[in-house]
Design a protein around this ligand. Structure first.
Ligand code: MD3
Ligand code: FE
Length: 203
């Protein structure tokens, strides 16, 4: 079923459950070419979440800031291409939320282990804020924090479980959000981790 988390944020609960193993197999192919790594934040902290990307652009962070880059800084090569099944699934989910013709050019892949967290932030490095972000949660569940347009606005908590898809656009697109520290656990699809895919139009 689908649930409106807020104006512009639609959860498609379990929408990726039947395609999860296919997505995970593609993630394993991506990580052969572009391994997961812990990025350094502009403030000098090492992220507890490991990331990689595929698509025309990948998300990178270092002492200079956050940005999208056509090259993987670790390999010097272009990021692996977006698997067709990724693009088709993201486009279909966006359309179900009313965002027609969404064509992602970047997929950020976040991997959480016990204790990994993502502090409250906005996603504002994409060029066209009219395009939504489609997120897919795989494996262990996480508690997602959803705030407002200002850092200090109150936050609400949602549980994101295996197979859940959320489409974030319109008035929700610039809302602050984060993920609480992952609890230890085991999931048949991902074993001891959680993987989150975010499909974006970055360029
Ligand atoms: C709300 N990832 O990669 S996905 C990120 O679970 C990120 O790994 C989280 O935040 C994760 O930037 C959350 C849900 C999400 C993604 C993008 C959003 C929520 C969003 C953009 C705007 C508003
Ligand atoms: Fe984000």
């Amino acid at each position: 079923e689908s649930i409106a988390l807020a104006d512009g944020a639609l959860a498609l609960c379990g929408a990726a459950t039947s395609i999860a193993d296919t997505l995970l197999a593609e993630i394993r192919a991506v990580e052969q070419q572009a391994p997961f790594r812990s990025m350094i934040t502009p403030g000098g902290y090492t992220m507890s979440v490991a990331t990689t990307s595929c698509g025309r652009f990948g998300w990178v962070s270092d002492a200079h800031g956050y940005r999208y880059s056509p090259l993987d800084p670790d390999t010097g090569k272009p990021w692996p291409s977006l698997p067709t099944v990724f693009t088709e699934f993201a486009t279909e989910c966006a359309a179900r939320a009313g965002f027609h013709d969404f064509l992602p050019d970047a997929c950020l892949i976040n991997r959480y282990v016990a204790g990994s967290r993502l502090s409250l932030h906005q996603d504002r490095n994409e060029r066209d804020m009219r395009a939504p972000i489609v997120s897919v949660s795989l494996g262990l569940p996480a508690v997602f924090l959803f705030g407002g347009l200002k850092r200090n606005d109150p936050t609400r908590r949602f549980r994101l479980s295996h197979g859940d898809v959320v489409v974030w656009g319109g008035p929700a697109r610039l809302r602050f959000h984060g993920v609480l520290a992952l609890k230890d656990g085991w999931h048949p699809a991902t074993e001891r981790c959680r993987i989150n895919l975010t499909f974006r139009k970055a360029g």
